[in-house]
Design a protein around this ligand. Structure first.
Ligand SMILES: [Zn+2]
Length: 278
């Protein structure tokens, strides 16, 4: 278990480096003027799994930087920028969506394997089955619905956990970092939980989270205005708002059973790991 956690941490660190390199690559390939802010359709609806979009730009991607990419020399990787997107980019502790973009008129298909964002622009990287699109092409975007739904649940569980801690009386713990990958799911807080309270708190949190699921609390989201200057505030399982750009369940009754795996507390950092089941 220890070894696996170490390996996961390394994979995550490498992911961060890859994401960074894709940004740099994208910025080198495109001049600043041609990088408009992408309209994030997933802000409006977590469960929109298909939608049409217009291709704004395409450039070749360096295959050495493609995570999950094949080593096959025959495959050329590209990065596609669209005016709007239903794809959530990797960030905020959430993995990116996967899926396809298919040209509405020719049927040419682009397989999206990783999605990143920088300065408001979203970059979809993957490969074409056939010829590549041209700028201005209308495409139908389709995301992996199962993965999106799972990612939204894993991430929303983090918000619910924040609220559950407050309900349990641990109001001093401040969330600092979340990791919501299916292979590794936890939230870190600034603060302390005494060793003799951990076991009781684990049971208490599960009980509160079970209750939240039964109560069916609707999620509220205040999306930023057209100016994009105000931040997006989400209310998940709580009346307390939280600035967040992630994908969320519509109601706590979609969460499923949250099991608290472990609470660790050292050097002023409390780490709460959890898993989800249906
Ligand atoms: Zn969120």
């Amino acid at each position: 278990d220890h070894l696996k956690a170490g390996a996961d941490a390394i994979v995550n660190a490498l992911d961060e480096i890859l994401v960074e390199r894709i940004y740099t690559r994208a910025n080198n390939c495109l001049d600043a003027e041609s990088l408009p802010e992408t309209q994030r359709i997933y802000f409006e609806d977590t469960y929109m799994f298909a939608n049409e979009a217009t291709v704004l730009n395409i450039f070749k991607a360096d295959k050495n930087f493609i995570k999950n990419g094949s080593n096959d020399d025959e495959i050329d990787y590209y990065t596609v920028v669209t005016a709007q997107t239903i794809f959530h980019p990797q960030g905020g502790g959430q993995p990116s969506d996967e899926g396809t973009m298919q040209c509405v008129s020719s049927g040419v298909c682009f397989v999206v394997i990783t999605v990143t964002s920088n300065n408001g622009t979203i970059f979809h990287t993957g490969y074409f089955n056939g010829e590549h699109f041209l700028k201005g092409t209308r495409v139908k975007q389709v995301i992996d619905a199962k993965k999106r739904s799972l990612h939204a649940r894993l991430h929303s569980a983090g918000h619910c956990l924040d609220a559950a801690l407050v309900q349990a009386g641990y109001t001093d713990l401040k969330p600092t970092k979340g990791c919501h990958f299916p292979t590794m799911t936890y939230v870190e807080y600034e603060g302390k939980v005494p060793a003799d309270e951990k076991e009781k708190l684990m049971a208490q949190l599960e009980e509160i989270l079970d209750k939240m699921v039964q109560e069916g609390i609707p999620t509220r989201i205040n999306n930023p205005g057209i100016d994009g200057k105000s931040s997006r505030i989400v209310y998940v399982g709580s009346e307390e708002g939280c600035p967040c750009g992630g994908t969320h369940i519509n109601n706590t009754n979609q969460l499923g059973k949250v099991s608290i795996r472990k609470i660790s507390s050292k050097k002023g950092v409390v780490k709460i790991s959890y898993t989800l089941s249906d």
